[in-house]
Unconditional design. Structure first.
Ligand code: DGL
Length: 279
């Protein structure tokens, strides 16, 4: 295996598809001066229904690609990858590849602030089936707030609705209402709901419409961005290894035009895209 370059590089942001663009936007708002590479594994999305082994292998390949392109720091801007692959990459792969590099996920930063938001101490999590099955949210919440009761609800139709640009359509109403209803039927005392999937902020107008009054909906982008800002302040050695030019390069494993078209819905702007292969 070729050694990775030790030169400073862009910050890598990885998602199974487009969802991580909601995180990237918030990160770039908070930290506009850094360079970024966004990689979407659109050819193999969704990850939410895949096994642990497959999500780990795909995520590992993506992180390896981003390291090979000069990133010293990679954010897994995908809850499913954070839930199923982060720990294995940190423990098994990083020590072999380059112990100085870092891979960070989105679950820990999302749960850190939750203790100050919930009053009933009953929290709901809406996420992919894979993230819910992994139990990562209850585990991370209980490390910080053992008294909080966590109830998870898988929303398998939400990612396809967003990926197919149907988030605003009347047909999406049924599935938004359905999963919110099932969550609250399970635990009517919930006063805080985490959107534990990076695609879901695109459904926020509908989620807010169908969520009963008095329930706070937490979208994770800003919390992840704040946490990264704090991380770079606390780790000047990593901060120095991240280049600053304000650029963003977009990579996809699918056709460039398809990514560029769909990404414009997330970003509200036209972008240039390159296709890459992961293996
Ligand atoms: N964006 C991913 C997440 O945050 C889910 C999309 C998928 O299923 O691939 O979990």
């Amino acid at each position: 295996m070729q050694p990775f370059s030790s030169q400073p590089g862009p910050i890598g942001v990885f998602d199974s598809g487009y969802g991580g663009l909601t995180i990237l936007s918030k990160i770039r708002e908070a930290l506009p001066h850094y360079d970024y590479i966004y990689l979407g594994d659109n050819a193999r999305t969704p990850y939410g229904t895949r096994s642990f082994e497959i999500v780990y292998e795909f995520t590992r390949q993506a992180v390896h690609k981003l390291f090979g392109m000069g990133c010293q720091l990679v954010i897994l801007a995908c809850n499913t990858a954070s839930a199923k692959a982060l720990r294995s990459i940190q423990q098994h792969d990083l020590p072999q590849w380059d112990p100085a590099r870092r891979v960070l996920g989105v679950i820990r930063p999302t749960v850190e602030g939750i203790g100050a938001v919930t009053h009933t101490r009953h929290v709901g999590v809406l996420a992919t089936a894979g993230t819910i099955r992994s139990e990562s949210y209850p585990m991370e919440i209980h490390k910080l707030y053992p008294d909080i009761i966590v109830c998870g609800q898988a929303c398998p139709m939400w990612v396809p609705l967003v990926e197919n640009n149907e988030a605003g359509s009347p047909g999406a109403d049924y599935f938004v209402q359905k999963y919110i209803g099932e969550l609250l039927q399970h635990d009517p005392r919930i006063d805080t709901v985490i959107l534990g999937c990076t695609h879901y902020p695109l459904l926020l107008p509908k989620i807010n419409r169908f969520m009963p009054d008095g329930i706070t909906v937490v979208a994770q982008g800003e919390w992840v961005a704040d946490s990264l800002k704090d991380y770079l302040q606390r780790h000047p050695e990593m901060d120095e290894r991240c280049t600053r030019g304000g650029s963003c390069t977009y990579l996809t494993t699918e056709a460039e035009e398809k990514f560029a078209d769909s990404a414009s819905v997330f970003l509200n702007q036209d972008i240039g895209v390159q296709r890459v292969c992961l293996d």
